[in-house]
Design a binder for this molecule. Structure first.
Ligand code: ATP
Length: 229
């Protein structure tokens, strides 16, 4: 089954064409990477599929049908860092997230904290968390309500190597548990390590799409990802 289908999506900001006729299909059970350098249109694409922005033209559908409220509950997302309260514990922060988002129940809070390996530290103040733990808490917030699909925008940005490894392990674990994951990244090695499928974007155009093993085997990948070389 296809989780998400985009057909010919275009979006401009004034004279800047951020996306130019983008079409792709995300299969259920995949970790689908949207890979591209800064400014290639990754965040614009994620914002459109999450209804934060509207496309100028083209269509997309989740689960093969036009979006409904019930379907939306199947999509958890992390587009930008949430505003957690520094002096509150992880549990209390997630209670606030739950009340604002309307996703999940009281039991869910413990479940998502276990999922991201923060249960033992659930009563610690957010301010005592490392950057990696803060990011895992943000992912926990996106997991409230146990959505089948998780959309993450550059989830390892700004983290140290340990934090990066923990997030990548978490993505693999969540995928193994049945979540389809759509992930924007500018890091080739990230896509290589965690993704099953990839679309490579360059200045709003798709360069290529497919299974990671096939796409990354192409010699021109270096030129695409390192245009300054
Ligand atoms: P990054 O990794 O830097 O976030 P990206 O691949 O996510 O980049 P986008 O943020 O989608 O790319 O940007 C695509 C293009 O659209 C870039 O040229 C960017 O400067 C431009 N752009 C994005 N948002 C806006 C905006 N609100 N107003 C004007 N131009 C924008």
């Amino acid at each position: 089954m296809q989780v998400l289908e985009l057909e010919n999506i275009s979006k401009s900001y004034g004279k800047i064409r951020a996306l130019n006729g983008v079409s792709l299909t995300v299969p259920q059970g995949s970790v689908y990477g949207i890979l591209g350098p800064n400014g290639s249109g990754k965040t614009t694409l994620l914002s459109i599929i999450l209804d934060v922005l509207s496309a100028d033209s083209g269509r997309y559908s989740w689960f093969g049908k036009p979006g409904s409220k019930e379907q939306r509950k199947q999509i958890g997302s992390l587009l930008e860092t949430p505003n957690f309260y520094h002096y509150l514990s992880a549990v209390n922060n997630l209670k606030i997230t739950r009340s604002i988002s309307g996703r999940g129940d009281e039991d869910d809070i413990g479940n998502v904290l276990r999922s991201v390996n923060l249960y033992e530290r659930r009563n610690s103040r957010f301010s005592s968390y490392s950057l990696g733990m803060k990011q895992r808490l943000a992912i926990a917030g996106a997991l409230l309500g146990n959505p089948g699909v998780l959309v993450l925008d550059e989830p390892t940005n700004g983290l140290d190597p340990v934090g990066i490894a923990e997030i990548r392990d978490l993505i693999r674990k969540l995928n193994a548990q049945g979540h389809t994951i759509i992930l924007a990244s500018h890091l080739l090695d990230e896509v290589e390590k965690v993704c099953t499928h990839v679309t490579i974007l360059k200045t709003g155009n798709i360069v290529t799409s497919g299974r990671v093993d096939d796409v990354l085997a192409h010699d021109d990948i270096v030129e695409i990802m390192c245009p300054e070389m």
